[in-house]
Write a protein that binds this ligand. Sequence first.
Ligand SMILES: [Zn+2]
Length: 457
Amino acid sequence: MHGGQSFAFFDRDMAPFVENAGDEETYQAMEALVYNLNSMHSRAGAQVPFSSLNLGTETSEAARRVTRNLILAYEAGLGRSENPIFPNIIFRVKEGVNFNPEDPNYDLFKLALRVAAKRLNPTFSFMDSSFNKEWGDQVSYMGCRSRVMANRRGSAVTDGRGNLSFTTINLPRAAIKAERDMKQFYHLLDRVIDLAISQLNHRFEVQSKLKVKDMPFVMGQKLYLNSEHLGGCDPIRDAIVNGTLTMGFIGLAEALVALTGRHHGQDKDSHALGREIVAHMRRRIDQACGDFDLNYTLLATPAEGLSGRFIAMDRREYGIIPGVTDKEYYTNSFHVPVDYPIPSFEKIGLEGVYHTYCNAGHISYVEMDAPPVHNPEAMEAVVRHMHKNDMGYGAVNFPVDFCTGCSTLGVINEEACPSCGSTAIRRVRRITGYLSTVDRFNDSKVAELKDRIIHDF
Ligand SMILES: [Zn+2]
């Protein structure tokens, strides 16, 4: 088992524990949680666990107390107001619950917007989107965008399940090899899809032979769906048939440039082709569900390491192709390239249509040049536009710099702090779904960060 962890209903599940607590006591508990999640180096590589907390739609007083105080504790930050990195807070937006002024949790939505404008968190998941609506407010996301919901082998829930494995395909490579021949492109793409599907099935077969006693935490404690009836020496197959097997993709933008000369941000026909390609991948993945009777899903891959690796391999093989291999990274999933100037609303409109197909997870971003703390309307306008454009999950990005010398918080473009001259600046950014400090980025992500341009209104 690897990857991040998501708490599906933090507000609902914590509510019983604060039933008789006041705001002050609840706040202290949430403050301790935020501190612990930023300082317990219990993950492999002495990292803190990649944690996500979903909340926002529970309306009982106790659940509202949980949501309010967690977000307030996150707003206060760490120590002398440093930006927390974890947890990733995912605020569920839903009409009738928190989206409009007459809704019972509207105040919490407004609070979430205010804190997001200062701290990059919460992010926002949209329960009213066409593909989430059927589940009510039950869809949960995991920080780097994962979504585990439909289940052909058991209950369609997020709790007690996860993604078993994911494999990312290199869309630009198929496009380069096709040399603008669409028939050839789909032929090559189908071959890679076949390979990914059978590789994921092979992986599943290997995993399913593990025994409950091999995984004492998840299976031994019967945390996984349908693991209750399994004994220590039983294989975990009956439980993990509830998990998902995910095929992801990278570089739709560069693939479109290779096929047509223009990406989906530049050209309507390319956008239509992009949609057709992603829809095709989803159809193939849905077929695999039937063929193997397993939960195959399509992911808009974040590709932290792959974005630099695939492009380097393709450059070695095919040389420098303008707009395709002439940079240091392939663009994340279906995103419009980060260096392409496009107004924020237009970007949301373009990327929104791709969320539908990527049922294993998706995220879209808008970049701002500074925390919109004095312009909360801008933040709200972006989130409402994401909601309107059928997105499942979205976030607004901006730089958050913190001078550890004098505790100045804001955007520090210079090497040294303008107030105290210290060069010990902690620079927090969102990358592939999570917050991180810039010094932890790999080379291709540093290059991507440098290329990011601001989306105007
Ligand atoms: Zn300073």
